[in-house]
Design a protein. Structure first.
Lengths: 273, 284
């Protein structure tokens, strides 16, 4: 009897949950295709009567959000590359190289994971200001490369590299850097993909730091541009929705494409605590 | 050699600034100091004294605590329900539903805050429109001080529950089916299985989620920045993170803002420590 009930209730609840999860996103896309003012009619329509791409044209022409899109791409890509390089080196060292105080140093880093990042924000701003990096791309990129989570992920993965492989290469006279570049990095490829997508999404979605460090409109990332846009364009629902789609769509597509790697990384980071 | 670049970055861009924030909070660093650092004076704990007497801080603390203690359990509770549904034997298309639940989590917070701002509109928003069909009179979600925090909490639950769901599903999968079989043979009901097996064996995952949610939710910032024009109405959505931002980067009272940052730091650390303590006690 109970089994009979749940075979109806469980799927129904899952469908209901999905509708709740997706409705805001579907409406965002739908409203972005409406004519100006259409979303503010009463009763509010869910679908556009005649879909138009006019709002997107306006974003790229009059509001030059294309520039913000390019900025977001640049900053997120550069941060991702930096994190991949720095974290793979450090994570590999923590997993495979022997040196004094290794475990203790690693434990300190893991403990530092609970420090809320905004605490560092004010001095970081002053430091970057004193070296002239405020309102530069580099200033937006650098703090993101100081990642700890990635070191943790890479270390977990790099531990499975057999020591024999590394020792054999050493016996043949390969330098440590060469070993890292030609043997370790290729073996780390799956976890590097995971780290890359996690970092890219986190940097793309970040708001506070780019808001603080980028003062010139031409350097705004999409979230910052969007937040400043809503100041002047509150009544323009359809236009703002087009801007939101432009901001969300790239990361949503990337997630759908690399879903497996992303979720693996998240569960790996979570289960190990 | 391999550690040097990564550790230097962490040291210079993270740990040194944390220490510097502590020093900064003991000074009167303001807009004049920004022009010429000769104007900075050491003021001891005066920033903290001023801060603790500031009604804005207590307002922000209350809002932040509300966000954390209502939004956090709500997020994890919804996620647990979703995870149990996904793991239920009657579930079909698990992968699809998992992806759908997770999708809000990867979206850009600023963008979906903009979307929800319109969804919450008392006249043209779909939420009030749907409630109206059920006979509920329109709620001015973001304009009414009583409803603004609940509105922001709902957004946070919508956006974040999918992440917790993924971790809880992984946790549920790690529980051996034989435990349930044995308990069922002894006549345990659904609720007993849930309380005596599922919850205790999930507790490491729940602890991890609890700590993560504490750290994340305590910093909430973008939602009020985008949705309520920076903490309105009547500061009903002012958060500690937003107060720090305003003090530091709007009023340029950086010494004062650093004191806010450290209060945030200490509270988060304390809450994290309490959760670990509770966990080890219940485990013992």
């Amino acid at each position: 009897m109970r089994r009979g009930w749940s075979s109806v209730l469980v799927p129904a609840a899952l469908v209901a949950g999905s509708v709740l999860a997706l409705t805001p996103l579907v409406w965002m896309v739908s409203a972005s295709l409406m004519r100006p003012g259409e979303a503010s009619e009463f009763p509010p329509p869910f679908w556009p009567s005649r879909p138009t791409l006019g709002n997107y044209v306006e974003l790229f022409t009059r509001l030059s959000l294309g520039r913000a899109l390019a900025n977001s791409l640049l900053i997120a890509s550069a941060t991702t590359l930096g994190v991949l390089l720095l974290n793979s080196m450090a994570g590999y060292a923590f997993a495979k190289l022997r040196f004094g105080g290794r475990e203790r140093l690693f434990r300190i880093l893991v403990a530092a994971l609970v420090i809320p990042a905004p605490v560092a924000m004010l001095p970081l701003f002053l430091m970057l200001r004193s070296v002239g990096l405020v309102n530069t791309y580099l200033g937006a990129i650098l703090p993101g490369t100081a990642g700890i989570l990635g070191i943790f992920l890479i270390r977990q993965f790099a531990r499975s590299i057999p020591d024999d492989v590394l020792d054999a290469a050493r016996l043949e006279g390969a330098g440590e850097l060469r070993i890292y570049w030609t043997i370790v990095l290729p073996l780390l490829r799956p976890v590097l993909a995971t780290l890359a997508i996690i970092t890219f999404l986190a940097t793309w979605n970040d708001f506070v730091w780019p808001l603080v460090v980028l003062t010139d409109e031409s350097r705004y990332t999409l979230p910052v541009a969007l937040a400043s846009l809503i100041g002047e364009h509150v009544p323009d629902t359809e236009l703002m929705m087009a801007g939101s789609v432009l901001t969300v769509l790239p990361v949503l597509l990337l997630f759908l494409l690399l879903q497996k790697q992303y979720i693996q990384g998240i569960t790996l980071g979570g289960v190990k605590e | 050699m391999f550690l040097a670049p990564g550790l230097t970055a962490i040291l210079v861009l993270f740990l040194v600034p944390i220490a510097a924030a502590l020093l900064l909070s003991l000074t009167d660093f303001d807009i004049y100091a920004l022009g010429d650092t000769a104007n900075v004076r050491f003021v001891g704990l005066r920033n903290y004294a001023r801060l603790l007497a500031d009604p804005l801080l207590w307002k922000a603390m209350r809002n932040t605590a509300l966000f954390l203690f209502v939004g956090g359990p709500l997020t994890i509770g919804v996620a647990l329900a979703a995870a149990l549904l996904l793991q239920s034997r009657a579930a079909r298309l698990r992968g699809l539903f998992r992806t759908i639940f997770f999708a809000p989590y990867v979206t850009t917070l600023v963008a979906v805050a903009v979307v929800f701002r319109y969804l919450y509109h008392p006249r043209f928003g779909l939420i009030d429109h749907a409630l109206g069909r059920l006979g509920v009179p329109p709620i001015d979600w973001l304009g009414d001080p009583r409803w603004a925090m609940p509105a922001i909490i709902l957004l946070a639950v919508w956006k974040n529950f999918g992440y917790a769901t993924i971790l809880l599903v992984a946790g549920l999968q790690a529980i051996p089916e034989s435990l349930y079989e044995a308990a069922r043979l002894e006549g345990a009901g659904w609720w007993q299985l849930f309380r005596r097996i599922t919850i205790p064996l999930l507790s490491p995952t729940l602890l991890f989620l609890g700590v993560l949610t504490t750290i994340g939710y305590f910093q909430f910032f973008a939602e009020p920045y985008v949705m309520t024009g920076g903490g309105g109405p009547l500061n009903a959505t002012l958060s500690v993170g937003l107060l720090m931002y305003k003090a530091g980067f709007r009023w340029w009272s950086m010494g004062y803002a650093a004191a806010v940052a450290f209060v945030l730091f200490v509270v988060v650390l304390g809450l994290t420590a309490i959760q670990f303590r509770l966990q080890s006690r219940s485990g013992a």
